[in-house]
Design a protein around this ligand. Sequence first.
Ligand SMILES: Nc1ncnc2c1ncn2[C@@H]1O[C@H](COP(=O)(O)OP(=O)(O)O)[C@@H](O)[C@H]1O
Ligand SMILES: [Mg+2]
Length: 339
Amino acid sequence: MAPLVPTSQQWVEKYRPRQVKDVVHQEEVVLTLTNTLETGNLPHLLFYGPPGTGKTTTALAIAHQLFGPELYKSRVLELNASDDRGINVVRTKIKDFAAVAVGPGVSGYPCPPFKIIILDEADSMTEDAQNALRRTMETYSKVTRFCFICNYISRIIEPLASRCAKFRFKPLVNNVLSSRIQFICQEEGLSLDPKALETLNQVSEGDMRRAITYLQAAARLYGSSISSKNIINVSGVIDQSVVCCLLEACKTGFFDQAQKAVTDIIDEGYPVSQILSQMYDLVVANEDLSDLQKAQVCERIAQADKCLIDGADEYLQILDVASGAMRAFCNMSQECAFI
Ligand SMILES: Nc1ncnc2c1ncn2[C@@H]1O[C@H](COP(=O)(O)OP(=O)(O)O)[C@@H](O)[C@H]1O
Ligand SMILES: [Mg+2]
């Protein structure tokens, strides 16, 4: 077996770009912010987009590039979802920080005359807390800039969002992810065959944090030569053959067979939401199915997904999806006939 790679630091931190210009694939964001950094004239910022696309990285890089290590502590306040950010914190901690006057700058950095408050994962803040920020933002706008970071822009209340320059972060495309992963492999002395790289792309879905985390987990467990199977194992994705088996059973048109496939899945302890998500991908990509058939199955999957979130029984939900898929594949009526 290949030697195990020594572990210490998290690679997501180790390979986090330190400068805005090193953030890949977000060209418009990087270009606009680089210009702003030169003038030091920063508006309030709102970064939004899917996870693992460089939002936090960019915010931290801006703060470091503006103030340097010496002033960072006194000029930058970082709060994320694990910090308490209820209304009281907004009224005290954030307000106190915002109200402090800024001191002199240091040479070598732009040090504009304001502080930055980074509110990461701001969409998890309550509406009340967000409302309480409005006043703080207005009152201290001369000496403070806010940087809100979120996945869903719709969860930031309009009065806050409308005060910010908004930047959308795109999901990372495969070749961007691949080249970054290959770079990390080189640095860490790993060998990743092309199939494994493709699998890593698939399971990360444009999320660089996931890609790097899976890579590190695989390196820890399997040593320096990593296969596609290793990646599947650490990612929690279920082997495609399990899902294919279920679909084949549904295609037979016999409920007993579909039910048996479902029972096998539950007995194996596979997480049903993951099965449904992979089933969805397979059904949508299947060229043998008509649009109507796909729509019927997807509707069932959507309903089951909602029920699972609400705490419904996994077995019953996947059985419902399987029976709906069977009806769709065999062109039976979607309505249940109660006899
Ligand atoms: N655009 C990017 N360019 C380079 N590395 C990235 C990019 N996006 C994400 N990463 C990598 O993924 C990790 C997580 O990125 P982060 O900025 O925290 O994502 P999020 O958008 O969820 O805030 C970083 O440590 C970095 O290594
Ligand atoms: Mg983040």
